[in-house]
Design a protein around this ligand. Structure first.
Ligand SMILES: Nc1nc2c(ncn2[C@@H]2O[C@H](COP(=O)(O)OP(=O)(O)O)[C@@H](O)[C@H]2O)c(=O)[nH]1
Ligand SMILES: [Mg+2]
Length: 246
């Protein structure tokens, strides 16, 4: 069996983390990976997020805390965690587990069956799996974002923004060393890079039980649209061929 890393970006998540940590523990105890680690990346939270993770790491050494130098954004946090991860397969998941962790098995199975290097969770493929929807405005906005995303980047995927994606180690190492964006459109950039490098990327339907308490602001959403143009532009200028100096 391969080993697994789970990367969780966390920004002011003290309310949503305790349940998440216990659900993750339950899953880890029952899964058959050869080794597991959960890397929770504190993105400059101003609440008790870091303390909660530290306590968890003391109780259970499979959990690790890493910290960003300040509030740098979800894209920075996921990249930071992925660069520290060591598993044969590396999953990123939102701290609220809106896509239940058990859905990893669907991604893993399909990646295996289709020999894919990257499997992205999608809310747009099987509406029956959406048990609890986002606010209708947010959901409509998300669909609109994906249409614009597809037109600008040429990527054929229907939902790039679900916070649940699985990378094989080689794809993760290549993609995250090239990722430049720190905000919410890093998902699109990563997929764009993966496809450009020739990795097989598949979209897999996953369940979604929307958790309350979104941290995505209007400003961050506007920024995400603007970043789409930047991704295309970077692609044309060959910026995704050489790892970023950090
Ligand atoms: N690093 C970082 N993570 C964030 C930020 N905002 C949200 N997140 C994380 O991104 C994930 C998804 O956030 P959430 O608010 O649930 O987004 P939504 O479900 O798409 O509305 C969670 O793990 C958050 O902790 C941020 O400014 N910085
Ligand atoms: Mg959420």
């Amino acid at each position: 069996m391969p080993s697994l890393s789970v990367v969780v970006p966390a920004y002011n998540e003290e309310n949503r983390l305790p349940e998440t940590l216990s659900r993750l523990t339950g899953f880890l105890n029952g899964c058959d990976y050869s080794a597991v680690e959960v890397i929770v990346v504190d993105d400059g939270s101003r609440d008790g997020t870091a303390r909660l993770i530290e306590e968890q790491a003391q109780r259970d050494p499979r959990f690790k805390l890493i910290r960003n130098p300040g509030n740098r954004g979800k894209g920075y946090a996921v990249r930071h965690g992925m660069m520290k991860a060591t598993g044969d397969w590396r999953l990123m998941t939102d701290a609220d587990l809106s896509t239940p962790i058990e859905q990893l098995m669907a991604l893993q199975k399909q990646a295996g069956a289709e020999k894919a290097s990257v499997a992205i969770g999608s809310r747009a493929m099987n509406p029956k799996l959406i048990e609890k929807h986002q606010h209708w405005l947010r959901e409509t906005g998300g669909r609109f974002f994906n249409v614009v995303m597809s037109v600008i980047t040429g990527l054929p995927f229907r939902d790039t923004q679900c916070g649940f994606k699985l990378y094989r180690a080689d794809a993760a190492e290549a993609v995250f060393s090239l990722q430049r964006l720190n905000g919410f459109s890093f998902d699109v950039e990563d997929i764009f890079i993966a496809v450009g490098l020739g990795f097989k990327v598949i979209e897999v339907p996953v369940a979604w039980f929307n958790a309350e308490g979104t941290k995505v602001t209007l400003g961050a959403t506007a920024r995400a649209f603007a970043d789409l143009v930047g991704i295309r532009w970077n692609g044309w200028r060959g910026k995704y061929r050489k790892p970023v100096e950090r």
